[in-house]
Design a protein around this ligand. Structure first.
Ligand code: GLU
Length: 408
């Protein structure tokens, strides 16, 4: 969220890449607009009998590489510019991951925590009703994003099936396993982020055993923290939307989770110190992992960041101005469109399994995922080095070359 218009930020990034490499004005101009952006109104009957109308969106940004692909976000601050930015990043992310998918994103302006389960189901089915014409396995394939869950994907799949008769289950990914979901999809974003980090770790000068700070304790941040610890690193601080905690010697994540369940938050976790989310971002550490929202590192705090490197598991956590400040300080940023692309890659596996009526084991899924991310990481590192730029611009060049090759 943050104050800055995230779509404006994506266009600043696009301007920057066009200065580093000549892609031709026509191609860059084409990428300044989504193919289409759709705004819908979704009326639902609230439990108290009143009717409430929610605003929803689907942005289909670019399908040069395949069907539009990208999650659906439920958040009170979600608005069209945020969804457009996220859809733009999805376009590049799918190209980075090397999957035959284009970029899209959806959302509803809503605080889902304020709805009952019945209201949430109506709202989710309502989103599909309004958009069923443009969705489909070969047209546009949504997935979960912030505050949307496998259960929501199951409601949406069911609604789509009722309306269109499509029985492939391939129109939504991130479904529960027993309803056509893929093994490993839940862990894929966090685990994929670790694979990317592990491929680049030595090259960006990080030690074998890193001190890691994670912002966010949701599906992505929580899973990533666990994977880092399983692989011998120490998570010294973590936060949720309300609080943050730090213990220089490392946090026992299982106990942190139990504490959050029992008390409703992270505050006063035994042995740790309570800090603010702002302080968490500024802690000295080897690796900072923003895994929550966009625009958390801006020109206002970039100078205070003391991490040696940053792994962006959230989409767009660093503004373009902050990027330059961090680059000058020698802080390596592993960009979102590479770092969190494990999620959409396993979504693509899910889509593929649905269309082929197969079910792969978790081992098979991770065995396919790892080399894809390693390959993309190495190539992007090289691109950045060749062009004497940072990894984000390396990733942009890499993605735009793939997209351009299909568009002309
Ligand atoms: N919402 C996720 C992302 O931002 C996943 C999208 C997908 O699986 O299609 O990458």
């Amino acid at each position: 969220m943050g104050m800055q218009n995230p779509f404006q930020n994506t266009m600043t990034q696009l301007d920057k890449v066009a200065q580093i490499k000549d892609f031709g004005d026509d191609f860059i101009a084409r990428l300044r607009q989504p193919d289409r952006d759709i705004r819908i109104s979704i009326p639902i009957k609230m439990d108290n009998g009143s009717v409430k109308i929610f605003e929803g969106y689907r942005v289909e940004y670019n399908n040069a590489l395949g069907p539009y692909k990208g999650g659906i976000r439920y958040h009170p601050d979600t608005e069209i510019n945020e969804v457009k930015a996220l859809a733009f990043w999805m376009t590049l992310k799918c190209a980075v991951a090397g999957i035959p998918m284009g970029g899209g994103k959806g959302g509803i302006t809503v605080d889902p925590k304020k709805l009952s389960s019945g209201e949430l189901e109506q709202l989710s089915r309502g989103w599909v009703k309004m958009l069923s014409d443009v969705l489909g396995p070969h047209k546009d394939v949504p997935a979960p994003d912030v505050n949307t869950t496998p259960e929501i994907m199951a409601w949406m799949t069911d609604e789509f099936e009722k309306i269109t008769g499509d029985r492939t289950k391939a129109t939504f990914t991130g479904k529960p396993i027993e309803k056509g979901g893929s093994e490993g999809r839940g862990e894929a974003t966090g685990l994929g982020g670790f694979y990317v980090f592990d491929t680049l770790r030595a090259q960006i000068g990080l030690p074998n055993k890193c001190k890691v700070v994670v912002q966010g304790f949701g599906n992505v941040g929580g899973n990533a923290a666990r994977v880092f610890v399983e692989n011998g690193h120490i998570v010294i601080a973590i936060s949720d939307s309300k609080n943050a905690i730090v213990n220089e010697n490392g946090l026992d994540l299982e106990k942190v989770e139990a504490h959050k369940k029992n008390t409703g938050g992270l505050k006063d976790f035994p042995g740790a110190i309570n800090i603010t989310n702002t302080e968490l971002l500024e802690l000295p550490c080897d690796l900072l992992v923003p895994a929550a929202f966009e625009n958390v590192i801006t020109d206002a705090n970039a100078d205070k960041i003391k991490a040696r490197a940053i792994l962006e598991l959230a989409n767009g956590p660093i503004t373009p101005e902050a990027d330059e400040i961090l680059f000058k300080k020698g802080i390596n940023v592993i960009p979102d469109i590479l770092a969190n692309s494990g999620g959409v890659t396993v979504s693509y596996f899910e889509w593929d399994q649905n269309l082929k009526q197969q079910h792969w084991s978790e081992e098979e899924v991770f065995d396919k995922l790892r080399p894809m991310l390693e390959d993309a990481s190495k190539k992007i590192f090289e691109k950045a080095r060749e062009s004497k730029t940072h990894l984000r611009m390396g990733a942009f060049i890499f993605a735009l070359e793939r997209i351009k090759a299909k568009m002309l």
